[in-house]
Structure formats: C-alpha cells, structure tokens
Design a protein around this ligand. Structure first.
Ligand code: EPZ
Length: 424
C-alpha cells in the first residue's frame, strides 16, 4: 500500500486548480441509467470511486470511456441488467445511487445491501422508505435489496434525517414516476442541485432543488444530454485549510465560493484573509497561529461534515481551545488518535472533540482510516516539525485527484512512496 512522505514547514504559495466534484459526479453517472442513449459528461475527476462507478455501469450493460482528461462518454443504449452485485457495493457504498435510476429507468433494481464503513453504519432505510412511498415493492433477501417499480407513481416523501443519497435516489426515481412527488426535509447540498440540473436538462420537471422541499412531476420519458460537473467544494476547502495551517498565500481556481460559505466564514473567524471572485478564492494566513474557533457539522448550508477532520488539524495548532462537534456521522473522529500521535492535545467527549492548540505538531508515522481523515493527516504533516509518513493513502485516492502534484505545485515537500519502494 502506498504512503505519503511529507517534510513539514513549507508555506503554501501559488495557484491550484480544483477538480470536478466526486460527490456530484457519482450521482450524475448513475442518472444516465434513467434514459438509454449517449451522454458526454465533462469535468469528471479521475478518482478511484469514479472508476468504480464506471465498472458498475459496465456490469449493468452501459459503456463509459474517457474521451479527454476529464470527459466521460457514456452510452447506456444497451443497458439490460438491473443487478449491482455485492463485490462492487462492498467497494463503494455510493453504488446504492443506482437504486433510484434503475427503479426509474428499468422499473426494477437488485442492489447489494451496503455495509457500514469506517465513519458509521450508514443505513439506507430512508432511501427504501422513499421508494416505498413511490409505490415500489421492496424485499430484502440474501443481503440484497430487490425493488419492483412496475407501479412507480408520485408520492410524498418526508425524511426524518437529511440524507444526500436518499434525496438523490428519490429525485431520480420520481423523474419517471406517474404523477407528482414532494420530498420534504430534502438535502440542500450543491451536489443534489447539480443532479437536479442535469435531470432537468434531460427533461425532468423539478422545482425547489436546493431548498428543503423539492417537487418532481414525473414525465413519460427523458432524453440523454451533455453536462459539466460542478467543482469539488470539499477539495477547495481542504486546500484553503492547508494554506491556513502553513501560513500560506494561495489562489484556489475553478471553484465556486457560493458552495463554500460556511467554510470561508469559519476560516475568516480563524484569522485568514479571504477574497472571493465568481470562480476563485484567494486565501492568506499571515498570523503565526490560527485563532481557535468552534465548529459544528450540520447539513448544507451549514459547516460540512466532510470538512470536520480538516478543520480539526488546523485547530490543533491554534492559539486557544476549540470545540468541534460532529452531528452527521456517529464515528467520524478516527483522525483524533492519529493527530494525537503528532502531538495534538484533543479530548473526545461524546460527539465533541475539545482541541487545545499546541505551538507545533511533530512529524510521525500515521495511518489514514478514511477519506477525509487522510486529508487531515496530510494537512497536519504540512505544518509539523520534521517528517510525516501517512500510510493507507488508497483512502485519499478515492476522493482527491492528483493531490500530491497539486500540493507540490504549491511548494509542499510531499512524495508518494510506492509499495515496491517500501522494501528499499
Ligand atoms: C453523502 O453521503 C456524501 N457521499 C458523503 O461524503 C457526505 O459526508 C454525506 O453525504 C453527508 O454530507 C456522496 O455524496 C457519495 P447521508 P450519504 O445519506 O448520502 C443517515 C465523502 O467524504 N442516514 O446524507 O451516504 C446516515 O447514517 C463522503 O466524500 C440514515 O440514517 O450521506 C448519516 O448519519 C463521506 N438513513 C446521515 O443520515 C438513510 O437511509 C447523513 O447521511 C440514509 C442516511
């Protein structure tokens, strides 16, 4: 398994271009199952999770190939299989995003019931309740979810917990249901809005996307389309925090500051100077140490759970004490133990981490446990004294395109140690 070796102490300077959003690209690829035909999707990040979704599409009879650095040509004309097997769902739980588009497109779906993952149990009960409200007949057998959507019709879906994937699945199924669907307590994430935009370009009739009530009036058929994925707001936020911890001065390009408001406000509170344009964020941290700020993760437009580990790394060298509360996932604090090994002073009480800032972290051998925890360890290593070795970085390859090249481009001393080198 590859590792990153990071020599801390370099201040990040320069410009970095943000890739397309992983969490938008995955549902957009799933949406091509709704309507047979040819699609060209641009600004798709080259990530392990995207390659997994491409493999899943191929298993269903679709075809997807890269026709440019980040453009996917997708052909679902010969889609003929509705089964998403255990092997692929085990590898990426976002495979469940084909539930809604198979129910809408093929009127049946058999998807392996996703297990939990490092950050939590991550059930799909709300997805299934939503599909049942749309007239689907659902059976769980031998670890699979069987959905019979022959009688797919509009309905009222009220989520008791905001669910991004649940909202996306119901939007996709409802697009081809008979009648109107109303989703209450819908997720408002930009990735949900991006999916709604592509569905509307395909002819779906959707209103209210980005608010907590989304209305979908089903249509007889959709049409394939071309589309461009929005920039990855979490990648952009990760680089802004990395700039903050290294007292850097960077320009983040090809991002959408409107998707990052809570993160930008939080970083200004921590002492960062930030200037926004419509597609860039200029971030400067002149202070020697960031100001301690509290953070609490809540659904968009609140502070994102996918930025919690990253802000915690920054707060571990702040001047003071900060409380970081995770309200979305029940086990998203595994980076704490690793940050402690670098000298961070963090105590976890329930779902809150009390972070007492230290002057400086010290480099160490640490282990990535999940995607965003990996990002927080890299951020910590960029500022730590000495060398940090982050192992199990296959986690980071799931969600960040060319992260070491991008960091090197900003002056970081980071290199990837391939498996075969490890013997050396
Ligand atoms: C999406 O996951 C993202 N993944 C996650 O990003 C992100 O952290 C999460 O939304 C929250 O913003 C993708 O978009 C591919 P949820 P998703 O359904 O849809 C509970 C990353 O790092 N819940 O909004 O799976 C669930 O357990 C990843 O890029 C139910 O109880 O998240 C969780 O506590 C990690 N029942 C909460 O809701 C359900 O049926 C939010 O989950 C569904 C969810």
């Amino acid at each position: 398994m590859d590792k990153f070796i990071i020599e801390g102490g370099e201040r990040l300077k320069g410009r970095v271009r943000i890739s397309g959003s992983k969490n938008a690209a995955l549902p957009l690829i799933a949406a091509t199952i709704l309507q047979k035909g040819s699609y060209a999707i641009g600004n798709v990040p080259r990530l392990r999770d995207v390659e997994t979704m491409i493999r899943l599409l191929a298993m269903l009879g679709g075809k997807a190939e890269w026709t440019g650095d980040n453009t996917l040509a997708i052909d679902t004309g010969s889609l003929d299989n509705h089964v998403a097997p255990y092997e692929i769902v085990k590898e990426m739980r976002a495979s469940v995003l084909v539930l809604g588009s198979l129910a809408g497109g093929l009127k049946k779906a058999t998807v392996s019931y996703p297990g939990g993952c490092a950050i939590g149990e991550r059930p799909i009960n709300l997805h299934l309740q939503g599909l049942a409200a749309l007239g689907c007949d659902i059976k769980i057998r031998e670890g699979y979810v069987d959905v019979n959507a022959k009688k797919l019709r509009g309905g009222r879906v009220t989520f008791d917990t905001v669910t991004v994937g649940g909202t996306e699945n119901i939007m996709m199924a409802a697009a081809l249901a008979k009648g109107e669907t109303v989703i209450e307590n819908a997720a408002r994430e930009p990735e949900v809005v991006d999916l709604a935009r592509m569905l509307k370009r395909m002819g779906a009739r959707i209103e209210g996307e980005g608010s907590e009530v989304v209305r979908i009036r089903g249509v007889e058929a959709l049409a394939p389309c071309d589309y461009e994925v929005i920039p990855d707001r979490i990648e952009a936020g990760t680089f802004i925090v990395a700039c903050g911890i290294t007292r850097g001065n960077i320009v983040v390009e090809n991002c959408n500051p409107l998707h990052l408001k809570a993160v930008i406000e939080k970083m200004k509170e921590a002492g960062m100077e930030i200037e926004e344009s419509d597609s860039t964020v200029k971030a400067i941290m002149s202070r020697k140490r960031p100001i301690s700020v509290d953070a609490k993760t809540i659904p968009h437009p609140g502070f994102p759970t996918d930025m919690q580990a990253q802000i915690m790394a920054l707060m571990s060298v702040s001047k003071g004490v900060s409380a970081i509360t995770e309200t979305i996932f029940e086990n998203r604090m595994m980076h704490v133990a690793e940050l402690r090994r670098m000298g961070a002073d963090i105590r976890v009480i329930g779902n809150t981490a009390i972070v007492k800032g230290v002057e400086r972290l010290s480099g160490a051998k640490v282990m990535a446990t999940d995607l965003r925890a990996s990002a927080s360890l890299i951020i910590a290593g960029l500022a730590a004294y000495g060398s940090t070795e982050v192992s199990r970085i296959y986690h980071i390859d799931r969600g960040y395109e060319k992260i070491e090249e991008k960091l090197k481009g900003l002056g970081a001393k980071i290199r990837r140690k391939k498996d075969e080198d490890l013997g050396a």
